[in-house]
Design a binder for this molecule. Structure first.
Ligand SMILES: [Zn+2]
Length: 235
């Protein structure tokens, strides 16, 4: 995937920072390519860097009983990975896993702490984003409890597509089963149903969204609720 010519404008947090302030901040932002499957933080692990995604996607996962894990949040270019740092916390509560390879702008934790203290526009942008991320996580908690696998899978595919800006991405059944907290056979059944409806194709770990509008119709209401909230916040 190509990195945009102006990466700071491609990340919605950085795009809100006035040019002059951003120029100073930019000295401490390092462009980095993240790979699919890379782990950025572990639960209870120290946060050594924060990341502003440009065109990659990071999943936030919580595990139970040390073996089963579930995705509780998703971060793309609308946000920042490492939000505890904006709340004065230096350890992660979740595992942060790169789900879509691509570019980020990274900043060391020490630089971020210094920057955050004096950069008021950054504070405002991250407080607002914190609210959006909390809303996404809360909605996902209810979604996991009340909605069926098929509509949840459709929602998840749309959220992924929005953040990767692509209708075509890589996914294995195993990965999806971790993301949705269901068995692989459940993934096969739900994906098969969407394929029969000709909304997606899914083969050899690659998924393609064929009919986006119709897939939105197949997704649970959680997709729209979070998307509308995010769109209005970016107004
Ligand atoms: Zn739902």
């Amino acid at each position: 995937m190509r990195t945009p010519t102006n990466p700071t404008s491609a990340n919605h947090i950085l795009a809100t920072i006035p040019k002059k302030v951003l120029q100073t901040m930019q000295r401490n932002l390092n462009p980095v390519e993240l790979e699919y499957g890379q782990i950025l933080y572990e639960p209870e692990g120290e946060i050594s860097e924060v990341f502003f995604p440009i065109n990659c996607l990071v999943s936030l996962l919580t595990s139970v009983d040390k073996k089963r894990s579930l995705e509780v949040g998703m971060v793309g270019n609308e946000g920042m990975v490492g939000m505890p740092m904006a709340l004065g916390i230096r350890v992660s509560a979740v595992r942060a896993l790169v789900q879509g390879a691509g570019s980020v702008l990274a900043m060391s934790a020490a630089r971020f702490r210094a920057e955050f203290k004096m950069n008021i526009p950054l504070q405002h942008a991250l407080f607002r984003y914190n609210h959006l991320l909390m809303a996404q996580i809360s909605q996902t908690a209810a979604c996991n409890r009340f909605h069926e696998t098929g509509p949840r899978l459709a929602r998840w595919l749309l959220m992924t597509s929005d953040r990767l800006h692509s209708n075509d991405f890589r996914l294995t059944h195993e990965f999806l089963s971790h993301m949705l907290g269901i068995r692989r056979v459940g993934v096969t059944q739900a994906a098969g149903q969407l394929e029969r409806q000709k909304l997606i194709t899914y083969s050899r770990g690659h998924i393609t969204i064929l009919k986006r509008r119709a897939l939105e119709g197949a997704a649970c209401s959680c997709y729209r609720i979070v998307k509308d909230l995010q769109d209005s916040a970016q107004g």
